[in-house]
Design a binder for this molecule. Structure first.
Ligand code: PEP
Ligand code: MN
Length: 327
């Protein structure tokens, strides 16, 4: 019945705990495969603040090893008086940054009415923590074939996250990437509490890729690298990290944003941990985007799922190839 539980695909005596043998690998824009042996790192500013800062950020994160660019155009802010994003203008800037760097774009959709416009720019539609149970939005992105990055709600259980993902799958979109981004607990020393255990638990319960956002989990720049390393060690299929060229001047989430230099160090260390557990961090060299922004050797991917394009939309030209992980 459920599209996402391994218990229905790979039942053992203890079905819900058994590890799926057929993991989904999500194809992003024909350029990046998420969920295979190589980890995909997404990076960029919390919000798109302007053209120059975004393009500078995109180049910097690409050169440091990111294979996708993040940047919020519409920001779900707790206070209505905080910076809520540049909106439409930011979408045009994101498209330009993709053009300049070759990095696929991940940006947040806040409202079902935005889908058509978002689809014209986003390579991955992010559904944020605050909207994890916005069922109208989940059903709407389920109509798309663009990959959806679904973040765990601030106080959502793993079951609730899975059922939110199920809304998208049930509506017809199999391209879902789950994201652990920290949950609200009694602890106040960190912005949220990174639920590292959610990574192996989710991977045991579903065939979907699981990535981690260490930026919103820790809430402070100095916590991002250690949390990222823990996530990689725990089996995350990727990371989404906030990077800003001048964190002190950021209009949102500056305190948790890495500088490009610190981000580069984090990527290197994540790669070392990934190698220790039989994986590695994906780079342009192994099949994503190259430093000049053109697709390099296609990843070798047996695509279990449909390419990331809605019906009728132009699909990625290069075919992704990536080994399932674990094999
Ligand atoms: C974000 O990615 O900038 C964001 C708002 O994240 P979350 O939805 O996890 O709070
Ligand atoms: Mn943010």
């Amino acid at each position: 019945m459920l599209h996402l539980l391994t218990s229905s695909r790979n039942s053992g005596a203890d079905g819900a705990q058994s590890r799926t043998s057929t993991r989904s690998i999500i194809n992003v824009a024909g350029r990046v495969a998420v969920g295979g042996r190589s980890l995909a790192i997404i990076a960029g500013p919390c919000s798109v603040e302007g053209r120059e800062m975004l393009i500078d950020s995109a180049r910097a994160v690409r050169d440091a090893g990111a294979v996708m660019l993040r940047g919020g155009a519409f920001k779900p802010r707790t206070s209505p008086y905080a910076f809520r994003g540049l909106g439409e203008e930011a979408l045009d800037i994101l498209a330009e940054a993709r053009e300049a760097t070759g990095l696929p774009v991940v940006t947040e959709i806040l409202d079902p009415r935005q889908l058509q416009r978002m689809e014209s720019v986003a390579d991955v539609l992010q559904v944020g923590a605050r909207n994890m149970q916005n069922f109208a939005l989940l059903s709407e992105v389920g109509q798309s074939r663009k990959p959806v990055l679904l973040k765990r709600g601030l106080s959502a259980t793993i079951d609730e996250l899975l059922l939110a993902a199920e809304y998208i799958l049930a509506a017809g979109n199999p391209n879902v990437i789950l994201c652990e981004r920290g949950i609200r607990t009694f602890e106040t020393a960190t912005r949220n509490t990174l639920d590292v255990a959610a990574v192996p638990v989710l991977k045991a319960l579903t065939h979907l890729p699981v990535i981690v956002d260490p930026s919103h989990a820790g809430g402070r720049a100095e916590l991002v690298e250690p949390l990222a390393l823990a996530a990689v060690a725990a089996g995350a299929d990727g990371l989404i990290v906030e990077v800003h060229p001048h964190p002190k001047e950021a209009l949102s989430d500056g305190g948790q944003s890495l500088t490009p230099d610190l981000f580069a160090r984090m990527v290197e260390r994540c790669d070392a941990v990934a190698r220790a557990v039989g994986r590695r961090v994906m780079t342009g060299r192994d099949g994503s985007v190259t430093p000049n922004g053109t697709p390099s050797t296609p990843l070798n991917k047996k695509q279990g799922k449909t390419p990331g394009a809605r019906p009728g939309a132009k699909s990625g030209s290069s075919r992704l190839r990536e080994e399932p992980w674990p094999a």
